[in-house]
Write a protein of this length. Structure first.
Length: 276
């Protein structure tokens, strides 16, 4: 769905497709490695898979020297302290969103499509921003109390820089970001989709609507009891989603065969989005 959506937007302007899903398949769909850097994959469309390795490399390049300078000014530590810190909770998530923010601020792209990790991982990624901002606000107060302990470096600039970065990320998410929630027409995915939409709304991200994926076609199911039962269940959960969508749009996408998952077929799907 993210590839088809990106292909759709690339028809009208420069578009970037970013995947932060650990089980993402962009490299397979575009038949080239996309986990090292931003790569052009189609006219007006760039793509990248943000792996943990790539994110932490970017984090080191941006902040490692400053962090080491501050820590080594009052602790007997070597550069290996950076290896320890990069594993701290929240670091990878924070600078994954820093990457998104940097691309958004570059003004290179008219649209950025973010293919997120499943459910809880993405929600943690969002809500940790508010926690991080609160933590850095407290860190600033603590620093002012122990300022004399820092002999050769001033961490306040770094704390303020991270605090501003987190504030900018939250602003980007709440004012420049909208979401589509994708779900299969089954009980657990539909209930999760509704919970995700509620959580995104609470955070401040506008939810455009839902994409109900892998809907079975009526004709092949008409003559077999198993598929008739499965189709009936799908329609039951489609009804549940539509009833609970709070007026939001629900787009239905038919189950695609393996051949239809090829890039050429996804282009056709992208063209059909004009009608939706």
């Amino acid at each position: 769905m993210s590839v088809a959506t990106a292909l759709h937007y690339a028809q009208s302007g420069k578009t970037l497709l970013i995947s932060t899903d650990p089980s993402g398949s962009l490299s397979q769909l575009f038949s080239q490695p996309l986990d090292q850097q931003v790569t052009e994959v189609a006219p007006q469309l760039d793509a990248v898979e943000l792996t943990r390795k790539l994110v932490l490399e970017l984090w080191r390049a941006k902040f490692a020297d400053e962090i080491y300078t501050v820590l080594s000014s009052f602790l007997p530590v070597g550069r290996e302290i950076i290896d320890y810190l990069e594993g701290a909770p929240g670091v990878e998530e924070e600078f994954m969103l820093d990457y998104l923010l940097t691309k958004a601020q570059s003004n290179i792209y008219q649209t950025i499509i973010w293919d997120t990790a499943p459910t809880a991982t993405t929600l943690n990624l969002l809500f940790i921003q508010q926690l991080f901002y609160t933590h850095l606000t407290q860190a600033q107060k603590i620093y002012l109390k122990v300022k004399g302990a820092f002999a050769h470096a001033d961490p306040l600039a770094l704390i303020l820089q991270w605090r501003q970065l987190t504030a900018d990320i939250i602003t980007m998410l709440q004012t420049r970001t909208t979401a589509w929630v994708v779900a299969n027409p089954e009980r657990l995915p539909v209930e999760q989709a509704l919970n995700i939409a509620a959580s995104l709304t609470t955070f401040g991200i506008e939810v455009n609507g839902f994409i109900l994926n892998k809907m079975l076609p009526l004709e092949p199911c008409a003559t077999h009891p198993f598929w008739q039962t499965k189709l009936a269940a799908q329609h039951n959960w489609r009804h549940r989603l539509r009833q609970s969508a709070a007026g939001r749009q629900v787009i239905e996408i038919a189950e695609l065969s393996a051949d239809e998952m090829a890039l050429t077929s996804l282009r056709k799907l992208a063209e059909s989005f004009e009608e939706k």
